[in-house]
Ligand binder design. Structure first.
Ligand code: TXA
Ligand code: MG
Length: 323
């Protein structure tokens, strides 16, 4: 693979020039940082897969700057999709829609639907408006690891592999977009994410959730083990926590707004002392990274309230704990 002197900057023109030359770069979104390239070019898509070390069966999300742009890449937009677009785009929502043939098959791993979204980040929206093509962008982490929420996270893991990282500050949502598809009259959620289920249901009424794991996953964010730190992570398992304590393991914790009792407080992280689940989601991945490099034996994560973004937080922690 080609070696680059990776630069972090906030120059949209530089980003545009590099993307138009067929290279891939890091870009900010409101959810997590993406590893972006020309979504209409098969060779660029291959580069994304290889930089990320991602299996080709795991399709990519296409990013555009507006709902009207989406029309260029899909054959039909169900009424319910239009309703969601009107309500939540730009935002942390990805829709699965029937693709036109100008989206290469490699982008969708051969599926006839394309995952598409309009990210709510000013810098990236501006960049998308300048570009003559949409951007395919998976989260900018090596496959299976924690998603990056700052430009520095991207740099730490992909330096040398990409020429540029567009720095748009720390992401404001902190977990990946919610992925939604349409079957007949049904709206189905395939990945819990930065747009809360309750928000969607407020405009659509009750919807279905299908986030079960499978060996050939429909959405591989659904892979059982994903978003994982290198240090073993225990999720909501007081018994194993007790065992780890008796074995004198060094333990760090990920908590909501109260510490776990009986443990050294210096390695415990409160994601939101104020008890705000949106703030907790925003801080989740940075906390996982911090604890992963703190020389611990074990990371222990508590279960978050099962509502709002707490659902996405619990989903990520569960996958992070899976082996
Ligand atoms: O917030 C996000 O969605 C971030 C930012 C960068 O936009 N992107 C992101 O991409 O999380 P990635 O590649 O890490 O996760 C995309 C998920 C994968 O689980 C993939 O399987 C699913 O989207 N996906 C993509 N295309 C699909 C399709 N046609 N049908 C079903 N699932 C699809
Ligand atoms: Mg990802």
């Amino acid at each position: 693979m080609q070696h680059f002197n990776t630069i972090i900057g906030n120059n949209i023109q530089v980003a545009q020039t590099i993307l138009e030359s067929g290279e891939v770069i890091g870009i900010p979104t409101e959810t997590v940082y993406g590893l972006a390239g020309n979504a209409l070019n098969e060779d660029v898509a291959l580069k994304i897969f290889s930089v990320k070390n991602r299996p080709h069966f795991d399709p990519l999300i296409v990013h555009t700057h507006s709902v009207s742009e989406i029309e260029k890449y899909v054959t039909e937009i169900p009424d319910k999709a239009r309703l969601l677009m009107r309500s939540f785009m730009p935002g942390a929502l990805t829709l699965l829609l029937k693709k036109k043939s100008l989206i290469p098959d490699i982008i969708t791993s051969g599926l006839d639907t394309v995952a598409i979204r309009v990210p709510a980040h000013p810098l990236t929206l501006k960049l998308l408006k300048e570009l003559p093509f949409p951007l395919a962008a998976p989260s900018a982490n090596p496959f299976g690891y924690i998603s990056p929420t700052t430009a520095a996270h991207v740099y730490n893991q992909l330096q040398g592999k990409i020429p540029y990282i567009l720095d748009g500050g720390a992401t404001t949502v902190g977990v990946e977009s919610t992925i939604v598809g349409f079957e007949g009259d049904d709206i189905i959620v395939y990945r819990l994410g930065g747009l809360a289920l309750e928000e969607i249901e407020r405009v659509t009424g009750k919807i279905k959730v299908n986030i079960n794991t499978a060996s050939n996953p429909k959405t591989p964010g659904m892979l059982k083990s994903h978003y994982a730190p290198s240090v073993p992570l225990l999720f909501d398992d007081p018994e194993l926590l007790g065992l780890a304590k008796t074995e004198n393991k060094t333990i760090g914790t990920i908590c909501f707004n109260t510490l776990v009792t009986g443990l050294n407080y210096s390695t415990q992280i409160l994601l939101s002392p104020a008890g705000d689940l949106n703030e907790a989601a925003k801080n989740l991945f940075a906390a996982m990274r911090k604890l992963d490099t703190s020389g611990l034996d074990i990371i222990y994560a508590v279960k978050f309230p099962d509502e709002g973004l707490g659902k996405a937080i619990n989903d990520r922690l569960k996958r992070a704990s899976a082996k």
